[in-house]
Design a protein around this ligand. Structure first.
Ligand code: T4K
Length: 402
């Protein structure tokens, strides 16, 4: 156990961990079950194009969430692009800037302007009050993002969308397994989009899905994700290739069987982090609302620099040196990335909370590759760094920053 700052790897000591600890280390279900499915797929010679595993996966996801339709996709980004197109969005669409860049790109890719909205600093979620003020005659929709897996203020967003005749979609990439007032995320708005990327607590290697209760929209999405084909040689819409393949669906079916274990493991990690960091001044950990179903897949800290005396980036530098690969999602905010920062160079003026949060956010490793011992080790390093903030700051000044 390291007790003195001279033992920190950033000061020349040995790293605490031999192998790196990742934020997005994929969860694995039962390997034998997965391999059996893959063998079955190889024997059947059915690899893609709405195969039996994809159909079973869609059925199981829809059942679990309680929605009429699940359309599995090759990834969350293409799922977003297709949902946006199928729902008829154009002109301007309001989204939070504090999200993964894919939310914005899925619009801009189709020459729809993402209009960046600020967040509620307590939850990191889109602020419905500001959404209202961003609506213009060109606005056709709102995409709420259930950031970190917490539901956004669906009620307020639905009211605004209803009143102003806008289409409401949700980027639920982080929120598989979560609920809002007891109802599973996935059943809200015109449609919701999940990502099942390897770094998500539930993954299909690469993958995603659109879920909706709207029959017409679902039919359109099914055609669009398969080039617009209706039958062998009739194309009804402009479409693309958004199909999930059978290996990914096999991984998804196997992961679904372990979903409750993944969540239980994440919850244990979350509670341990919370216990071990609670008394540390200057560190705020985002709390899950345990009256709802949660997936606990992200461990989110805000570093209050004036209390820790060490900056967020210095803390990351210290953690990385120990091979704890903490991340600063979603720094610096979409509005500060291209092409948006060139299009809207002053967008930050309307996004003070996003700017503040992007400067202090830090995401820690969790998932079933991280256990009690790793969480303890990570927390001890954070304690050592923060309680010696001033001395470390002085020692680090002049060294290379992350
Ligand atoms: N909307 C939102 C709100 C999203 O967060 C995302 C994706 C999307 C839409 C789009 O969904 P997809 O099209 O991706 O399905 C990661 C993921 O690539 C991305 O899926 C995710 N959000 C985003 C939040 O995080 P990076 O740039 O952090 O990935 P990377 O390669 O740095 O991986 C993170 C950590 O995980 C690393 O330390 C390495 C480790 N890792 C990663 C992979 C892929 C592994 O240990 N094994 C692996 O197989 O973006």
């Amino acid at each position: 156990m390291k007790t003195d700052i001279s033992q920190l790897a950033v000061m020349g000591g040995e790293p605490l961990f031999g192998a790196p600890l990742h934020v997005g280390r994929p969860n694995l279900g039962n390997r034998e079950r997965l391999l059996a499915r893959i063998n079955e797929m190889l024997d059947s010679r059915w690899f893609s194009n709405n195969g039996p595993f994809v159909q079973e996966f869609e059925k199981k996801v829809a059942e679990r969430i309680g929605v009429r339709h699940c359309i599995a996709m090759c990834n969350g980004t293409v799922a977003l692009e297709i949902a946006i197109r199928a729902a008829g969005l154009r002109g301007e669409v309001i989204i939070p800037s504090f999200t993964f860049i894919a939310t914005a790109h899925a619009l801009q890719w189709q020459e729809i302007t993402p209009v960046f909205c600020d967040i509620d600093p307590r939850t990191h979620l889109i602020d419905p009050a500001q959404v209202q003020s961003l609506i213009t005659p060109r606005t056709t929709g709102i995409i709420g993002v259930h950031t970190w897996g917490q539901p956004c203020d669906i009620e307020s967003l639905s009211q605004i969308a209803g009143r102003r005749g806008l289409t409401l979609l949700f980027d639920a990439s982080h929120a598989f397994g979560g609920s809002y007032y007891g109802k599973m995320i996935g059943g809200f708005g015109a449609a919701e989009v999940f990502s099942f990327h390897a770094t998500k607590f539930f993954n299909t290697f690469e993958g995603g899905a659109i879920v909706t209760n709207n029959d017409d929209l679902a039919a359109k999405i099914r055609l669009m994700k398969n080039f617009g084909f209706h039958g062998y040689d009739d194309v009804e819409y402009i479409g693309t290739n958004g199909k999930m393949n059978e290996v990914c669906a096999a991984m998804g079916l196997t992961g679904l069987e372990s979903l409750d274990e993944f969540i239980a493991h994440n919850r244990r990690n979350y509670l341990q982090y919370r216990r071990e960091l609670a008394a540390l001044p200057g560190i705020r950990m985002l709390a899950w609302n345990e009256s709802e179903s949660c997936n606990y897949q992200y461990i989110i800290l805000e570093i209050e620099e004036q209390l820790t005396e060490i900056s967020r980036d210095q803390l990351i530098q210290i953690l990385h040196a120990e091979k704890i690969l903490a991340r600063r999602y979603f720094y610096p905010g979409c509005h500060r990335m291209e092409p948006y920062r060139s299009f809207f160079p002053h967008a930050g003026l309307l996004l003070p909370e996003t700017e503040r949060l992007a400067r202090k956010i830090l995401v820690l490793p969790t998932g079933n590759a991280i256990g009690e011992e790793e969480v303890s080790g990570i927390c001890r390093i954070i304690w050592l760094a923060v309680t010696n903030g001033k001395a470390i700051r002085e020692a680090l000044s002049g060294r290379q920053k992350v």
